[in-house]
Design a protein around this ligand. Sequence first.
Ligand code: 2IT
Length: 447
Amino acid sequence: MNSYVSSVMNDLKTRYPWEKEFLQAAEEVLDSLTPIIDREPKYKANKILERIVEPERVLMFRVPWVDDKGEFQVNRGFRVQYNSAIGPYKGGIRFHPNVTLSTLKFLGFEQIFKNSLTGLPMGGGKGGADFNPNGKSANEVMRFCQSFMTELFRHIGPDTDVPAGDIGVGGREVAYMFGQYKRLANEFTGVLTGKGLNFGGSLIRPEATGFGVVYFAEEMLKTRGESLKGKKVAVSGFGNVAWGAASKANDLGAKVVAISGPDGSVYDKDGVSGEKIDFMLEMRASGRDKVQDYADKFKGVEFHAGKRPWIFPVDVALPCAIQNELNLEDAQTLLNNGCQCVVEGANMPSTLDAVKLFVEKKTLYAPGKASNAGGVATSGLEMSQNSMRLGWSREEVDTRLHQIMVNIHSSCVKAAKEYGHEGNYVLGANIAGFKKVADAMIDQGLV
Ligand code: 2IT
């Protein structure tokens, strides 16, 4: 880090000492911006780093709702409108009991650079609540979503801020929030993405993040004259991202040998394919949240209670669960077992020391803000379709998604090379994502 970068980082540490996840995300980005800050004095002269680390606006609000027993409940709701230099705020909503402002600041900050990398006009934002949807009835979830939107609706809009899903928020929750927005605003607009196909949703959106991760992995392997064909893959996570990634990895000829859930991991030497992929969704929909169900159902499958899937020998690892699910020890184990490619489907799943090791060992390592951008990119495509009041075919959306992932990959490779760190996707992604936003901020004056 040069002195400008480290002084901004130190200020953040002093100002927000309790925001661990946000500081982690900020450190990764700021550290890798050093080469561009060194080369281009305009960023320091315009105090771009001091400005970009502070959200344009943070909304915090009470979310009161009534449970099925008739008891009053209260949760905390948030929306971090981080940066609108290149488009309306855009980013998902997370419902998870551990959500704090720090979580949403880290996610919103990542989203600025991710959205910039997609090449689409979207600013960065993120929202959520410390609500645990597990074990709640559909009616409880609906009442919660309606209450959440009753406050949020006045702050968002198709040209202001366009939320979507994230962990704990899928098609059902987006639909409930959309219904409530429409009622309050008296407007049918593309204010949310990830909508149902009957009311403005886009084909491919549920699987887009996972598809994009695999398209990105294929591009990375190509740089070493390889491909996914015949590669053994481990995927973590129990949601849409893991499911989409497992499905596309199969399409491209890879063998998914390990998947995980909240209770542990399974190793399936025959590969997770065909009906087993559909079963990934069923395990989720059952609400039991146990990957052990997979080992109980299919023959020859080992279940490893409480273990992450990084203990198995694989060629490619796709962490698609949650932040900090892959630590230094996991990284070491993966590398010792011959893993050569780690492509993130979740946001910040690798700890800072794990990332450092991957970069040091010249592993093909992609940070989530590049490799999981296919989800928000397809949200951007949903916004376009909504504006035109048209719907594209599956093929049309998939072709655009694929091209966007290819473009993000080449932007990362190009920026890394230009700034003297060839093959470093962390640096490439951060610099390429930053440059567009920072230049737009300078052009627009002190705002
Ligand atoms: O982390 C992410 O990029 C998302 N949750 C998707 C956001 C979006 O607006 O589709």
